[in-house]
Design a protein. Structure first.
Ligand code: GLN
Length: 551
């Protein structure tokens, strides 16, 4: 069978959830026994999002091969079993970079180098190259941005050409669009969808399937109208209603026959999608948890949904695994500096400090780690969150006055976190951190080992600074032990506190490997510990309330 292609585009507005829609299509196809991979095209000129501010871009998702990529790749890995890599994310910056390099090498033999065909050929080549050499049935390529943007034109032209080249039976276009509800008229409006499909047709792409984002049910009449004016058969006008959990999306799309539609259009002979396990083990558990637990995430970009996307998702997965609703309180570290940890973190069952860069809010995070350590509240430190825990411990337990990471104070007398020699030489900011998957050995008898139940693991990194080995002994003497280290023993990867219910901090990003039906062990362990802490606290409060005053 030739490789099949599904191109996912978006219209009307951004933020319609194209990434989740693409991931859901991947999930549906996988459940039919098809081998899939997903790819994202980003029309910006940055080579990768690694150097972009989270306000601009949201989270940077790190693949096992160390690529800094778009957060949609996180959805792809969470919904499907596809393991993404650098090739699963292309940006206009990368495309131009490689075309210009080829031009300098003389590869174009004197031709004038142009958007068409040189840039479009490079894009097509990269779509074909994803998963090359692997047995793959379907490649799902999502085009970032919205139809009508100047920047995404080369991508749309490339997929137009590709559909022509591989044939209509081997490539389809699924267009995600918005059908807004106008309250005053009490009506759903189909015009924006008609316009956006019109724009696609102008450049030669006739969508095969429309996914219509809507708050209200799409009536048969509205579907018929969209179908007639957009040249899309009625059965292929699919309602994509707002749902309670993103993990419901594959179920919703399958219920409307998206599986049958895709197999028919792409000539794939397959049985219907089977999402029973997904429904039982993920969706139902996500929607109806028995208990709840309160966890504070102390960071810098709290008003932004996307800055800590994988962390929030991994917490949801831990909720699914523990049958609890994880209520996240997003706490701005700067606010902790202005008020106090006590004020903002009291009543929390667990505290998590995620990764980060730059010194804004650092002291607030240090105060949060101290609060968690002293009040025996479960603490989970991730990357910067591990470094913070280290600095706090050095200052307040080991009595190392002014201890710090050299990222925040180059002159500190106690650089408990510092740069390795090889990082000191680095000049470029882009792509030069310690990136991607590294093996780690876990020490038996630790909480970390209890969570992983393994002696050796592999986790993804994205940082420059490391724990300074000169302090290992002193830390251990005071009760902070190394529970995970690099195979050669040189790099401290995980630390934990001995006299604490659950205080674990890792130099890597476990959130990138968590899945709704396979929660990351450390997230599961953290939420279990938080739950126990919450129950313990409630019992104590109840006992307190029952005992007569003065006794
Ligand atoms: N800024 C820290 C470093 O570069 C931590 C990075 C992170 O949390 N991802 O080491």
């Amino acid at each position: 069978m030739p490789r099949k292609y599904i191109f996912v585009t978006g219209g009307v507005v951004s933020s319609l959830g194209k990434g989740i829609a693409s991931a859901s299509i991947g999930k549906i196809l996988e459940s039919m026994g098809l081998k899939v991979t997903l790819q994202k095209c980003d029309p910006y000129i940055n080579v990768d999002p690694g150097t972009m501010n989270p306000y601009q871009h949201g989270e940077v998702y790190v693949t096992q091969d160390g690529a800094e990529t778009d957060l949609d790749l996180g959805h792809y890995e969470r919904f499907t079993s596809c393991l993404t890599a650098q090739a699963n994310n292309m940006t206009t910056g990368q495309v131009y970079d490689s075309v210009i390099r080829k031009e300098r090498r003389g590869d174009y033999l004197g031709a004038t180098v142009q958007v068409v065909p040189h840039i479009t050929n490079e894009i097509k080549e990269r779509i074909r190259a994803v998963g090359r050499g692997k047995r793959l049935d379907v490649v799902i390529t999502e085009i970032g941005g919205t139809v009508g943007d100047i920047e995404s034109l080369p991508y749309l032209e490339a997929i137009r050409q590709m559909r022509f080249e591989v044939g209509r039976k081997n490539a389809i276009n699924i267009h995600l669009t918005l059908v807004p509800y106008i309250k005053a008229a009490a009506e759903l409006k189909t015009k924006p969808t008609q316009h956006s499909v019109g724009r696609l047709r102008e450049i030669g792409i006739q969508p095969d399937i429309l996914l219509c984002r809507t708050e209200k049910p799409l009536s048969k009449r509205a579907k018929a109208k969209i179908s007639l004016f957009c040249n899309v058969e009625e059965e292929a006008v699919i309602e994509a209603r707002d749902v309670r959990s993103i993990y419901e999306v594959p179920l919703m799309l399958k219920e409307q026959g998206l599986d049958r539609l895709i197999t028919r259009l792409l000539n794939l002979r397959r049985p219907a999608a089977d999402l029973k396990d997904w429904k039982k083990n993920v969706v139902q558990r996500a929607l109806r948890p028995k208990r709840s637990v309160r966890v504070a995430v102390v960071g810098k970009y709290m008003e932004l949904q996307d800055a800590y996307k994988s962390i929030y998702e991994a917490l949801n997965h831990a909720g699914i695994a523990n049958d609890v609703r994880v209520e996240v309180k997003k706490v701005d570290a700067v606010e902790i500096e202005e008020k106090s940890a006590d004020k903002l973190l009291s009543g929390m069952d667990g505290i998590l400090i995620p990764g980060g860069f730059g010194d804004r809010g650092i002291e607030g995070k240090i105060a949060s780690a101290r609060f968690a350590r002293e009040k025996q509240i479960p603490y989970f430190g991730i990357c910067l969150g591990m470094q913070i825990a280290t600095v706090e411990f050095a200052r307040n337990v080991c009595n190392l006055k002014g201890a710090n990471s050299t990222e925040f104070n180059k002159e500190t007398a106690h650089p408990v976190i510092s740069l390795l020699e090889e990082q000191k030489k680095v000049k470029d900011l882009g792509g030069t951190m310690r990136l991607g998957a590294y093996a780690c050995k876990i020490k038996r008898g630790t909480r970390t080992h209890k969570a992983y139940e393994k002696d050796r693991i592999s986790e993804r990194h994205r940082h420059r600074y490391e724990f300074n080995n000169e302090y290992r002994k002193l830390f251990a003497q005071h009760g902070m032990v190394v529970s995970g280290h690099s195979p050669n023993g040189q790099l401290v990867e995980i630390m934990e506190l001995e006299n604490h219910p659950w205080f674990v901090a890792g130099q890597f990003h476990p959130e990138f490997q968590s899945k709704p039906d396979a929660c990351h062990p450390l997230f599961r362990g953290f939420v279990t510990a938080s739950l126990e802490n919450g129950q313990h606290r409630k019992k104590e409060e109840a006992a307190h309330a029952e005992s007569p005053a003065g006794t």
